[in-house]
Design a protein around this ligand. Structure first.
Ligand SMILES: [Mn+2]
Length: 309
């Protein structure tokens, strides 16, 4: 599918609802809200809604989701961004859409029957895909759209530093920076920690266990409560482990209320997504996750990660 075809599908629909994944990150929000603003910038007469039930606490940067009723969804083009499987969409009401268009960058992105799909698993973020589309199609890009898209690009690509980042990504980011946005402010919005997360980060940095080129920590429910964080927020601390010399693979195992663990996995070079898949997870070659594993599986996963080359 070409960008021009995406433009045609958008042009042909007067009502559009944009969805993204559960546990949304800044690429999900940036793709969703950035695309919403691009459509408003270029087709001011269209009705365009952002749908989702979960929010990140960042009102200065993000904007609230729209109220969308079922009738509207049924009569709209639905665009699902940054979402690998239907089950990971927030929420599955996207399937009610009159027509579905998926824009994604995950490996093995689920094929939705009858839907249009633009999937580039080499892309470093869904925001990079959307930005390159806007540049190629010479769309108007407002300041607001640009700051949302840049935030998503920077967060998924760890500030344009992961292996699949290329010159086109830097040029796309440069184009966004040219739209009179405050690059420093966007970086702070996306990367600054809450005080609670900062303190928890320092604590868990001291709990990191090293096994060959793997670094990881395991958090307990007691620690989760002590720091007042959710298991999702504890998993987000994984970025703290990305800059340890000699550590090429890193992981966080966060205990959840039923005593099982939810898992985040990262690697600088060796693919580790086979580990995630074996336990019912998925994502990208170097950044993936597993929703839930049993305690005895934690050790198996650690062993597989150590062996990954
Ligand atoms: Mn993404």
């Amino acid at each position: 599918m070409k960008f021009k075809e995406i433009e045609k599908i958008i042009a042909n629909n007067d009502s559009i609802v944009i969805y993204r994944h559960i546990n949304p990150d800044y690429d999900a929000f940036g793709g969703q809200l950035g695309l919403k603003h691009l459509i408003m910038d270029n087709w001011p007469d269209k009705k365009v809604y952002a749908y989702g039930t979960e929010m990140l606490e960042n009102p200065a940067y993000l904007e609230p989701m729209d109220e969308v009723d079922e009738e509207t969804i049924r009569n709209s083009l639905v665009i699902l961004v940054d979402t690998s499987t239907n089950k990971r969409a927030d929420d599955e009401s996207f399937l009610l859409g009159k027509q579905i268009l998926k824009i994604d960058h995950h490996l093995r992105s689920e094929v939705i029957e009858g839907a249009y799909a633009y999937v580039d698993s080499d892309a470093s973020s869904v925001c990079a895909i959307i930005t390159k589309m806007a540049i190629q199609l010479e769309w108007i890009v407002s300041q607001r759209a640009a700051e949302l898209l840049l935030g998503g690009m920077l967060s998924d690509s760890r500030s344009l530093s992961i292996p699949n980042v290329d010159g086109d990504d830097f040029r796309a980011a440069g184009f966004l920076a040219d739209q009179l946005i405050d690059v420093s402010w966007v970086n702070r919005c996306v990367f600054d920690d809450s005080k609670a997360a900062f303190q928890a980060g320092a604590y868990f940095e001291n709990k990191v266990v090293y096994n060959e080129d793997l670094g990881y920590f395991i958090s307990t429910n007691e620690e989760k409560r002590r720091f007042g964080l959710s298991e999702g927020e504890i998993k987000d601390l994984i970025d703290k482990l990305s800059r340890i010399r000699g550590v090429d693979k890193y992981a966080v195992f966060a205990e959840i209320d039923n005593g099982n663990y939810t898992v985040s996995l990262r690697s600088h070079t060796a693919s580790i997504v086979h580990v995630a898949r074996k336990y019912g997870g998925g994502g990208h070659a170097l950044a993936c996750g597993i929703p839930e594993v049993r305690p005895h599986e934690v050790d198996e996963i650690i062993e597989m990660l150590v062996k990954a080359r």
